[in-house]
Design a protein around this ligand. Structure first.
Ligand SMILES: [Zn+2]
Length: 235
């Protein structure tokens, strides 16, 4: 189990943590600021610093087998730490902040394009949602304009926790058909942007949607009968 510090504060750029396991897949820590690949968002990259000055480059971060376990995947040539050792963690902040802005922008998009979401992905330079919608209803200019109007007005984002039972009673909260919210811990994390969006999400978001700055639509294309893809980038 790794205490996911980013869940309460997505803006942590550095922290210290103790090594609890070193395996063939990577390094597990008692707490972490590295987001593990999931929910369509790529894993964080960065550096783990040893007390002796050695640097362990983290090429990716993945979920482990246990709930809330996070595996920091080092580059092949990086040194391996010892269990019990204390490390200083540094994430690649510029990359993560782009991911946070693009991820939050997808929440705004789901307010502008009202249709079931069938897929999604967030990379450092672009992000997309797939919708079950008729192509004729997707207009790139209109989507960008409406998203940028909402972004320019700004709104604070909020994290809300509800129980599994409360979520079961409100199935309309789940917009994404392909990704059901994680269950098993008894509670589910929601992201709320007042008046704009409310849905289960375990990802990293900016504090105010104004931080997104603005977006442009890169392309709209059909990826199948029920997958019409809208891809965006930051301005
Ligand atoms: Zn989210």
């Amino acid at each position: 189990m790794s205490d996911p510090l980013f869940r309460d504060d997505a803006y942590l750029k550095t922290a210290t943590a103790r090594v609890i396991a070193v395996g063939e897949h990577g390094i597990e820590l008692d707490r972490t600021i590295f987001y593990a690949q999931g929910g369509g968002q790529v894993g964080d990259t960065g550096m783990l610093l040893r007390a002796n000055g050695e640097r362990i480059e983290v090429a990716n971060t993945r979920k482990g087998e246990a709930l809330d376990s996070v595996v920091h995947v080092p580059t092949p040539s990086a040194p391996r730490p010892e269990v019990g050792e204390t490390l200083t963690l540094e994430i690649d902040w510029a990359r993560r902040y782009s991911l946070m802005r693009l991820h939050t922008a997808l929440h705004v998009m789901s307010c502008v394009v009202v249709a079931p979401v069938t897929g999604g992905n967030i990379a450092p330079d672009r992000a997309r949602l797939d919708f079950d919608i008729d192509m004729s209803l997707l207009d790139a200019e209109k989507i960008a304009r409406e998203m940028n109007d909402i972004i320019a007005r700004g709104a604070e984002t909020e994290t809300v926790w509800i129980t599994d039972e409360e979520l079961d009673a409100r199935p309309e909260l789940v917009k994404t058909m392909s990704v059901q919210p994680p269950r098993g811990s008894g509670r589910v994390r929601l992201l709320r942007i007042p008046g704009i969006d409310l849905q289960p999400c375990g990802g990293t978001h900016v504090k105010n949607i104004a931080e997104i700055g603005g977006v442009r639509v890169l392309k709209i294309r059909s990826e199948g009968k029920r997958n019409k893809r809208v891809e965006i980038a930051l301005l």
